[in-house]
Design a protein around this ligand. Structure first.
Ligand SMILES: Cc1cc2nc3c(=O)[nH]c(=O)nc-3n(C[C@H](O)[C@H](O)[C@H](O)COP(=O)(O)OP(=O)(O)OC[C@H]3O[C@@H](n4cnc5c(N)ncnc54)[C@H](O)[C@@H]3O)c2cc1C
Length: 415
């Protein structure tokens, strides 16, 4: 037996983009069903960076204080080390936002928080372990999705399907939306290494002799990203774990006494870096957002934040139309028109850094000199506000323009 559900908006994928747009639409009274294929959000090494632009959205939603009660670390500045020279790169403390820092929070805590808020709204329906397997297409219009769950199959019929199912989106593939692959010269190996109270406090990047290591301060551990040339993970493994640990200790000597915590390659996850963008984010009855519309390079850790900005723009533009039941193809295109520039500009910047900096560093074998741009950041601290603004707020930040249904009048506590 197939369970059939009718709803105003069906969202495929419960990551940052899907959960946020589901929450915002339900908050304004639109009936939504979110389908998430996993049973929970507990997956390590997904994006954990919540940027000032996202924290500002939390403020606009009146949820910031509640949100910041969740365990997190606050990063006020980013530092780097090129060869033997250290430099501060970004200073978030002057941003025109309520939070002048970047918060590091496990993505499952972030998603659980959004779900808790969304569940207060009666029109929010979340189905976990519901994997979208197929689009329902009738007369060239996407009319919903089919999904499988442990309780059997499911058909969700809807006016609007939102594909928020990430970088390997089944929705965008089934919809036949053209993907523009922008390429990436690197992959990233992620791992945890414990942190001692005597370690430096900053989030750090080390660059030297063909190697790049980024360390995010997670209080009791370092979340480390080791950047390798594209497709070379197998070669790194062949050199052996001991050689890998030695490379990490060479870049970050204070980790030498702990790097042996990496006992097995299972302790090291590989992220295949993809940078792409859909030529068209929508077709009749369907819109893709977040990584499904544009996978970002890990540079700047902006993926979650762009996904959330897309969600806010989608709710701002489509929410009122969905409430009235008049969401047309032109409205879906308006979301792409709104979000194309910030996505394009950030990807241009990331690709510039990938091609002009990372490619060169990974190919080099000698000690590196501090480049001119970083020398300027060292000499003129005020310039550190520029990278902070670009990373922390992105281009053309979104603001919540949607209203919320009156929960009190429905006998539901409003906080
Ligand atoms: C290892 C790694 C590290 C990263 N680090 C950072 C970082 O530090 N900072 C940052 O900002 N970004 C980072 N990113 C990128 C960031 O995680 C993504 O940009 C962001 O999560 C995109 O959000 P999204 O909601 O569009 O997609 P996703 O987070 O990918 O969410 C998609 C959701 O859809 C679900 N799903 C997929 N297929 C289906 C289906 N068929 N049916 C139902 N559900 C489905 C998935 O289970 C998932 O929950 C990282 C990514 C990876 C892989």
């Amino acid at each position: 037996m197939t369970e059939v559900i009718n709803t105003r908006c069906c969202i495929a994928g419960g990551g940052p983009a899907g959960m946020m747009v589901g929450f915002l639409l339900a908050r304004m009274g639109v009936d939504v069903v979110v389908l998430e294929k996993h049973a929970d959000f507990l997956r390590d090494f997904r994006g954990d960076t919540i940027h000032p632009s996202t924290l500002e959205i939390m403020y606009e939603l009146g949820l910031l204080d509640e949100f910041l009660k969740r365990p997190h670390q606050e990063v006020k500045e980013l530092a780097g080390e090129v060869g033997k020279e250290s430099v501060f790169i970004a200073d978030f403390t002057h941003l025109p936002t309520h939070c002048k820092f970047l918060a590091l929070m496990p993505q499952w805590d972030f998603l659980n928080f959004v779900v808790e808020q969304a569940k207060r709204y009666p029109r929010f329906h979340l189905k976990m372990q519901a994997e979208v397997t197929e689009l329902v297409i009738e007369d060239e219009v996407v009319a919903g999705v089919r999904a499988k769950s442990p309780n059997g199959s499911l058909e969700v019929r809807t006016q609007l399907t939102i594909g928020a199912d990430g970088r390997r989106s089944l929705v965008r593939e089934q919809a036949g939306l053209e993907v523009i692959d922008l390429g990436a010269p690197m992959d990233v190996m992620w791992m945890r290494i414990s942190r001692q109270p005597t370690d430096p406090p900053q989030t750090l990047g080390h660059v030297d002799k063909g190697r790049i290591l980024v360390q995010l301060n997670r209080e009791d551990y370092w979340q480390c990203a080791f950047v390798i040339p594209k497709g070379s993970a197998e070669k790194v493994r062949e050199r052996g774990l001991a050689a890998f640990c030695e490379e990490i200790a060479g870049l970050s000597p204070f980790l030498r006494d702990r790097v042996s915590e990496l006992r097995d390659w299972k302790d090291v996850s590989v992220l295949t870096v993809t940078v792409d963008r859909l030529a068209r984010w929508s077709r009749s009855g369907l819109l893709c957002i977040g990584d499904a519309a544009h996978a970002m390079s890990p540079i700047g850790g902006v993926g979650i934040n762009l996904a959330i900005q897309d969600a806010v723009a989608t709710a701002n533009i489509l929410g009122p139309k969905l409430l009235r039941g008049t969401c047309a193809t032109n409205d879906l295109q308006a979301v792409q028109r709104r979000r194309h520039f910030p996505t394009w500009a950030m990807q241009r910047l990331q690709i510039g850094i990938q091609n002009n900096v990372i490619r060169g560093v990974l190919a080099s074998s000698g000690t590196l000199e501090l480049p001119l741009a970083l020398k300027l950041l060292r000499r003129f601290p005020i310039l550190r506000r520029i990278p902070a603004r670009v990373v922390g707020m992105g281009f053309r930040p979104e603001h919540v323009k949607t209203s919320k249904v009156d929960l009190a009048s429905r006998g539901i506590a409003s906080s």
